[in-house]
Design a protein around this ligand. Sequence first.
Ligand code: PLP
Length: 363
Amino acid sequence: MVKRVYNFNAGPATLPLPVLEKAQSELLDYKGTGISIMETSHRAKEFDDVIKEASSLMKEVYGIPDNYKVLWLTGGASTQFFMIPKNLMKSEQGADYVNTGTWSKKAIKEAKLLGNVNVVASSEDKNFSYIPRDIKFSQGASYVHITSNNTIFGTQWLTYPDTGDVPLITDMSSDIMARKIDVGKFGLIYAGAQKNMGPSGVTAVIIREDLIESGPDELPTMLKYKTHAEKDSLFNTPPCFPIYICKLVMEWLKENGGIEGAENRNKQKAEAIYKVIDESDGYYKGHAELDSRSLMNVTFRLPSDELGAKCIEEAKAQGLTGLKGHRSVGGMRASMYNAMPVEGAKKLAEFLKEFQENNKVEG
Ligand SMILES: *Cc1c(COP(=O)(O)O)cnc(C)c1O
């Protein structure tokens, strides 16, 4: 038996074991072709089936309406930070951005190079521990951009803002397909695959058709959504193997209760850890405010940095890895994306309770 641990890394993150096993079993001889899918032409029928199924399964499982396209692109979510304004920032008024953390800031920085950016709300005043409410959006903005889940700070939009006719564009890199949403309320959703969908190297973009059409003609070919939409993400060689893994992840999701199943498991996992934090008499201090807590990344600190380091080390010895918090928050972070089993979260919860018992602080 191969030794596997519970991997709480923030990304690249854990993948479903059945997906890895399937990939392993097909690695050398893909469906009787005698070659790997990695060695297959992206124009071959075998790969064409893979990319079509990845998109159609994603549409089915996530409930994506017919007037949206799924694109499989490269360059990570970070490339979307400039591709979005390049394609969609039109009016003099520019676009509205909400600043809820490091990734929002990076998106804002790129957009500012290309046009007017209105930062209409920010939670920087409290080290991004909450999601701003009652935001007033600008008149005539080209779009509104938000970061759905703030991977580093452990906050998440529990309900999305109503932006009326202005397209809502959302970085869902760390919570795509983690819960049921109304995709029809968004203009564009994008996500680097490496947290909730597959390996690094591919970025999924779900885009409403009218936004594809409205892009400018003068952009370099590779930067236009239209190019990739017209060629079904096969304008150039796409990241074939990561797309193949995403397809396996979609199949796994479908077989395991779809989005409802994933959401249900994600809630159980997050609740298990938040419960330990809330019942610890302040031993574990959550970073996120209660109404902004992420289902995906649970961020918390211990009474001292020394205890934090000890806790991370002891957890690792018990097969619970990847728990070190990001330096901008400190402490610990448990990232529990779709592929983290409920048992992993339960084991971590038990471990944290015991750690507190065994490492009491005086006064
Ligand atoms: C991890 C992450 C990214 C990083 O994107 P790349 O694919 O590495 O470019 C962007 N946004 C969010 C919210 C993330 O969690």
